[in-house]
Design a protein around this ligand. Structure first.
Ligand SMILES: *[C@@H]1O[C@H](CO)[C@@H](O)[C@H](O)[C@H]1NC(C)=O
Ligand SMILES: [Zn+2]
Length: 434
């Protein structure tokens, strides 16, 4: 079975990956037994199924992508085991085709200015960084954290006018390649700072009193692979090879050096330790912490600057705003304060378009180990560390949702900026543990 899966992946690597007739089936597990059954069904059919949302929590939906030939079997297995399902995506290739068509018919990017209403390639985003700072030199500059495995520069836009030492926020997108709404939302939020500066009093204050480091695409190679005609729209991981395996890539968001690999005792009933040690798995944690140059670079960049007081890592999908810990159900020392920040961000977000988010401690919604939120708090000592699953029901979100996603998420990060400013007079909340 495993051998077949490997062969399939190798065959895929040589050509543009198609998803004709692939479906995404959604199940809401009612108890731990059902969580385990779903994991078992998946593990028994690794060559036919792959999770879009893994079974983590009773009552929280699980999304399973199935090959067309196995769809009926999967549905029977679910029903036979006393569970129900809905079809979340009828045909993945249809969504991909629509998305590609929308991208190919788009207007040019440098004639009428940058078009935020469409998805962009890595190269376009890289060019956008230069165009943005050339257009808004008084409030922005370029920062570089390093280069990807394949040598792509990892660059972002720093927003802020203050020349004094002020608190900084680090916001990153695109650690998981296929979650396109994340970089798109990052770009539009950056533009909203520029649009609001000198126009809107709150935005002006936040630009004058804080530094905002906006890194749109951390996993540049993976993101480029999702756009490549010889690539795979559903790619998630980095693109570095793995010793002794034909499978490529590590899950960047399982590669951070804090409780890397998890605390197994707590996870046994959940079958999964929040990351995988198998190189072919989509949540492969890597051969060692920070094995991925992208993760090594971003963590070094954050650690060298003690002004970082907030760190947010944007993902999709599912509409969740989270705080540490992700690897354990234990509470952090600052959970109440962190959850208040969750609440404040979500209330500001929902007020814009009515989009409903859930919020709370990461582990209680989605057990992960080696994730950004645990590193941000546990290793970098940044109390206001959040990980966010942006809006939507699929990794393929219509481009019409980019602007609303940017608008609502911008309201959330403005609320976070307020929390950072207030924390400056709250020493116990303002710590950097390292
Ligand atoms: C966060 O706050 C919400 C709303 O008050 C609450 O339901 C939830 O249990 C809290 N989560 C944690 C982890 O404290
Ligand atoms: Zn993600």
């Amino acid at each position: 079975m495993k051998f077949a899966a490997v062969l399939l992946l190798v065959a895929y690597a040589a050509a543009y990956v198609r998803y004709d007739g692939y479906q995404v089936i959604r199940v809401i597990p009612k108890n731990v037994n059902e969580l385990e059954l779903l994991m078992q069904i998946h593990n028994d059919n690794l060559d036919k199924l792959s999770f879009w949302k893994e079974p983590r929590m009773v009552g929280r939906f699980v999304d399973i992508m199935t090959t067309p030939d196995f769809a009926d079997d999967l549905k029977s297995l679910i029903l036979m085991n006393g569970m129900e399902f809905t079809i979340n995506v009828e045909n993945i290739q249809d969504q991909i085709d629509q998305e590609r068509e929308a991208m190919s018919s788009r207007p040019g990017i440098d004639v009428e200015g940058f078009n935020y209403e469409i998805y962009h390639t890595y190269d376009e985003i890289n060019q956008w960084v230069d165009e943005f700072v050339a257009t808004y030199p008084t409030i922005s500059s370029v920062f570089t954290i390093g280069s990807s495995y394949e040598g792509r520069p990892l660059r972002g836009v720093k927003i802020g006018t203050s020349t004094a030492t002020v608190s900084s926020l680090f916001l990153e997108g695109g650690i998981h390649a296929r979650e396109w709404i994340s970089p798109a939302t990052m770009l539009y939020m950056t533009q909203l700072f520029a649009d609001g500066y000198g126009v809107d009093q709150k935005t002006t204050e936040l630009v004058d009193k804080l530094n905002w480091y906006m890194l749109p695409v951390l996993n540049a190679d993976g993101y480029a692979h999702t756009h490549d005609v010889n690539g795979d729209r559903m790619w998630r991981k980095t693109r570095s090879p793995n010793d002794g395996s034909t499978c490529i890539g590590t899950d960047g968001n399982r590669n951070f050096d804090y409780m890397w690999g998890g605390k197994l005792e707590e996870c046994i009933t959940l079958v999964n330790a929040g990351s995988s040690g198998i190189p072919c798995a989509s949540t492969y944690r890597g051969s060692h912490p920070h094995s991925e140059i992208e993760i090594d670079s971003v963590t070094k960049f954050i650690l060298q600057d003690p002004s970082f007081k907030a760190f947010v890592d944007f993902h999709s999908y599912g509409q969740i705003w989270m705080c540490p810990w992700g690897y354990t159900f234990d509470s952090t020392e600052h959970l109440e304060y962190q959850n208040t920040s969750n609440k404040r961000c979500v209330e500001a977000l929902t007020a814009v378009h009515g989009t409903e988010y859930v919020y709370g401690q990461s582990a209680t919604m989605y057990l992960t180990s080696g994730g950004s939120e645990d590193w941000g708090y546990g290793s970098a000592g940044i109390v206001l560390t959040h990980v966010v699953e942006l809006r939507g029901d699929s990794f393929i979100l219509p481009a019409e949702e980019i602007i609303p996603s940017g608008e609502e998420t911008f309201a959330a990060i403005r609320a976070l900026g307020d929390t950072v400013l207030e924390s400056e007079t709250l020493p116990e909340a303002n710590i950097r543990m390292t």
